[in-house]
Design a binder for this molecule. Structure first.
Ligand SMILES: CC(C)(COP(=O)(O)OP(=O)(O)OC[C@H]1O[C@@H](n2cnc3c(N)ncnc32)[C@H](O)[C@@H]1OP(=O)(O)O)[C@@H](O)C(=O)NCCC(=O)NCCS
Length: 194
């Protein structure tokens, strides 16, 4: 009985993972259809303020945009209040950069290559290459290399702490084409960690 329950749980999670991948794929494809310039192996779980503005958006190869992040490609605040012209602005999400969950990216902003934007940030200005920025408004707090040093130290310190678990796996941009194979490893890891 326990075995059967586990098997069904496993199947449901695998199915959910497949549906998750499909919905991500559909969203990226529909942004492309609306004219956004989306590179290869992009992970996009965010949203656009208006799909008709999609041609103002460029997402470079291997970038990640996490759940709930909204990219604004126009600002109609003064158009709706005082009847002034609507402002449109190109947004560039740099190569292999990472935007955390629930961020808002204002129009006209460029996120640098391999930059990291922390969750819940409001990005109002350009973020340089390889910078780590977060907050409302987002401010540069350091570099990805400084963050990496802290991360490595934390991994050592967390070795005996059952709250944290680390999975050594290649980045999503490199495993996207064989996602199902890695999904199985991923689900096994979750199972072993709980
Ligand atoms: C920014 C980030 C990369 C890590 O930064 P970090 O420097 O290691 O963060 P720490 O946990 O050491 O915190 C350092 C300080 O920054 C603050 N901080 C960390 N992340 C923050 C964020 N997103 N917004 C505001 N403040 C943040 C902490 O509160 C802490 O403040 P304190 O010094 O006053 O206590 C991480 O916090 C983050 O936001 N990651 C994205 C997670 C995510 O969205 N995942 C989506 C899954 S696909």
């Amino acid at each position: 009985m326990r075995y059967a329950r586990r098997l069904v749980g496993d199947l449901v999670r695998k199915l959910a993972a497949i549906l998750d991948d499909a919905s991500r794929f559909n969203r990226t494809e529909s942004m492309r259809k609306y004219g956004a310039n989306i590179g290869k192996n992009v992970f996009f779980e965010g949203d656009l303020s208006d799909y008709s503005n999609a041609p103002f958006l460029t997402i470079e190869d291997g970038a990640t945009v996490s759940h709930g992040t909204v990219i604004l490609l126009h600002d109609s605040a003064l158009n709706n209040t005082l009847g002034l012209p609507i402002k449109f602005g190109k947004v560039v999400i740099g190569k292999e950069s990472y935007i955390g969950a629930n961020c808002t990216i204002l129009c006209g902003v460029r996120i640098g290559e391999r930059a990291i934007v922390g969750s819940h940030s409001l990005v109002t200005k350009d973020i340089p290459d390889e910078a780590v920025a977060y907050g409302v408004p987002a401010r540069v707090q350091g570099t990805i290399h400084e963050l990496a040093e802290r991360h490595k130290a934390n991994m050592k310190a967390d070795a005996d702490d059952d709250r944290y678990h680390y999975l050594d796996i290649i980045p999503w941009r490199d495993r996207v084409n064989s996602q199902l194979k890695y999904r199985a490893d991923y689900l096994d890891f979750i199972e072993r960690s709980i």
